[in-house]
Design a binder for this molecule. Structure first.
Ligand SMILES: O=C(O)CCC(=O)C(=O)O
Ligand SMILES: [Fe+2]
Length: 349
């Protein structure tokens, strides 16, 4: 057993069809009951080809307007198409994820996350006795900077796991660079305004999420409500099974499945850099009784040695500085999580 792990794994309970044990049951969520099927959300589909290829100013303006409206609302999310990653690579990364999670518990344990570490295979990190456990297993791996990869935690089975992740991560990195420039453009900023804050040594952590079916989806979270601590998160959802929900104006909405689109969520650090103009959305994952769900989330964060803060041009009399400059927001975020504090609130001026 690692840290304060639950006595029964979600895999075991899922297979036997039994009710979730008490550690998984959400009692008094401040977000209300777990509604597994709220309405579909107003998340636009943005075609990234207008940012990476020459295109008419009308097309460019149209996609920039979608970025502005989606990122400045509490919804902070859109789906990206035209991202340049082939359908076959997207299917392949999903396939190796399912193959990994289908290995025996003993085999997966070879890549187990150590107590107090973020990387490796396991369940959510438990930081207090009161914490409700998520109905999921995950495998988290640092993919960039490349020399920080801990290859002993990278599965050797299935055989093509490592090369698929490497290829996928390289492509995601290119997509994020296009996005940083596009987001800067949408705020009328110089195109490297965000890219340079992330730095040459920006970090990418890829997390493979696995949510087995649950006999009582109304009682558990696949992932509890949270905002991402990243700068930006690029999420490949399951090809068929929904589960992700996002809060817009105080209400939960489902994020639809678009099989070869990437869900783009801003994280807390872009909310800081954009001086609060763009938002890091509150989101959660719900489970269902019938089908397992997987997702692959890539979290891109600035180099932890870089001091980041609101871009100067986004600070003026009408919009005074909302956040102080910070270094290593990851640590701030983790410490706040342990104390039950909202990290973004602690860095407000
Ligand atoms: O599985 C998903 O759709 C989202 C997962 C998520 O929010 C996360 O890993 O931070
Ligand atoms: Fe998330």
């Amino acid at each position: 057993m690692t840290d304060l792990e639950a006595k029964k794994s979600v895999d075991q309970m899922s297979r036997s069809g039994e009710e979730p044990s008490p550690e998984y049951i959400v009692k008094d969520s401040k977000f209300g009951s777990i509604e597994t099927s709220p309405p579909l959300g107003p998340f636009p589909v943005v075609d990234l080809t207008v940012f990476s290829h020459s295109s008419s100013s009308q097309d460019l303006e149209q996609e920039l307007a979608k970025l502005r409206s989606s990122l400045s609302s509490a919804g902070g999310c859109f789906q990206a198409i035209g991202h340049g990653i082939s359908n076959s690579l997207l299917d392949k990364i999903r396939e190796v994820s399912i193959e990994f999670f289908s290995l025996t518990a003993e085999e997966k344990q070879k890549y187990a996350r150590a107590v107090n570490e973020a990387e490796g295979y396991g369940s959510d990190r438990i930081v207090s006795e009161k914490q409700v456990h998520d109905w999921s297993h995950r495998l988290s791996l640092k993919v960039f900077p490349q020399d920080k990869r801990r290859l002993n935690l990278w599965p050797q089975s299935p055989q093509d796991f490592r090369e698929t992740l490497d290829e996928y991560a390289m492509k995601i990195k290119i997509v994020t660079e296009v996005l940083f420039k596009a987001i800067a453009k949408s705020l009328n900023l110089e195109e490297n305004s965000f890219l340079y804050q992330f730095g040459e040594q920006s970090v990418m952590q890829t997390r493979f999420n696995f949510y087995p079916p649950c006999s009582r989806p109304d009682l558990v979270h696949g992932v509890k409500p949270h905002t991402d601590r990243s700068g930006i998160t690029i999420l490949l959802q399951d090809k068929e099974v929904e589960g992700l929900q996002i809060v817009v104006d105080g209400k939960w909405y489902r994020v639809p499945v678009i099989p070869h689109a990437l869900v783009v969520n801003l994280g807390d650090q872009m909310q800081i850099m954009s001086n609060g103009i763009y938002k890091s959305p509150m989101h959660r994952v719900v489970t269902n009784t019938e089908k397992l769900r997987i997702s692959v989330a890539s979290f891109i964060e600035p180099d932890p040695d870089n001091e980041i803060g609101p871009v100067e041009r986004l600070i003026d009399e009408q919009r005074p500085r909302l956040y102080r400059n910070v270094k290593n927001y990851g640590i701030i975020n983790y410490e706040c999580y342990q104390k039950g504090l909202v990290a973004l609130e602690t860095v407000q001026v």
